[in-house]
Ligand binder design. Structure first.
Ligand code: G3P
Length: 229
């Protein structure tokens, strides 16, 4: 089995809480990602439900992101997501502040700090260029711009709102050129993925376009092929 190296451009496949992608099916998606990576060389990571992380990491070479962590420590934090537990489960990184799991700016800052302490790569989601600017100062590994109204819509941010992607790329690079910009929301086909890279994004976040596709392998392969440059 090949060792998957995470590089850019990247496809981050968010499995959310879809019925089609929990438990054993999360493992199936990670294996699909592995096959597409082997075929195209494009880095693909999956973000399963937190409870599925360990099962996915032991069953597949695909890098795994947590959907969230909390900036807590060992001790009295019932119900929180401990960064050390996520790292020990084999995760490579974590999403933070997804549009469906938003947290205050101070909590984003504290979570990035905690993620770094346990060597988790951070991808912070934002809904606007203004928020991207604020988060860029916090030095995450990547910022993903996702207009909430397009999430799950099938209408791609890269074609419906290209200016928000290029605006985020420009703003973030002016503030902190080390931070990669990804984009997501409504991405379903190769054209959407290719447009994202043309706008300066270093990758895409995608969920429903792959998870709910009739043939997820085919859908993911189309996205990856469009990102081969
Ligand atoms: O995190 C990815 C996401 O919010 C985009 O969702 O279903 O529009 O690809 P979707």
């Amino acid at each position: 089995m090949s060792v998957v190296i995470v590089d850019y451009p990247i496809i981050l496949l968010n499995l959310k809480t879809y019925e089609q992608s929990m438990g054993q099916k999360a493992i199936d998606f990670a294996r699909i990602a592995e096959r597409v990576n082997e075929k195209t060389g494009i880095s693909i990571a999956v973000a399963p439900q937190i409870i599925d992380i360990a099962a996915v990491t032991v069953s597949s070479e695909t890098p795994v992101f947590s959907q969230h962590i909390d900036p807590v420590y060992y001790g009295k934090y019932t119900g929180h997501v401990l960064p050390e537990a996520v790292a020990e489960a084999g995760a490579y990184g974590t999403l933070l502040n997804h549009s469906e799991c938003q947290i205050p700016l101070e909590q984003i800052e504290a979570s990035i700090k905690r993620a770094k302490e346990v060597d988790l790569v951070t991808v912070v989601c934002v809904e606007s260029v203004d928020m991207a600017k604020k988060v860029a100062l916090l030095n995450p590994d990547a910022i993903a711009i996702e207009p909430p109204e397009l999430i799950g819509s099938g209408i791609s941010v890269s074609t419906a709102q290209p200016e928000i992607v290029s605006g985020a790329v420009e703003a973030v690079h002016t503030i902190n050129p080390d931070v990669k910009v990804l984009c997501g929301a409504g991405i379903t086909n190769g054209e959407d993925a290719s447009a994202a890279l043309d706008l300066g994004a270093k990758g895409i976040l995608v969920a429903s376009g792959v998870v709910k596709a009739e043939d997820p392998y085919k859908a993911l392969l189309e996205l990856a092929r469009a990102m081969q440059r």
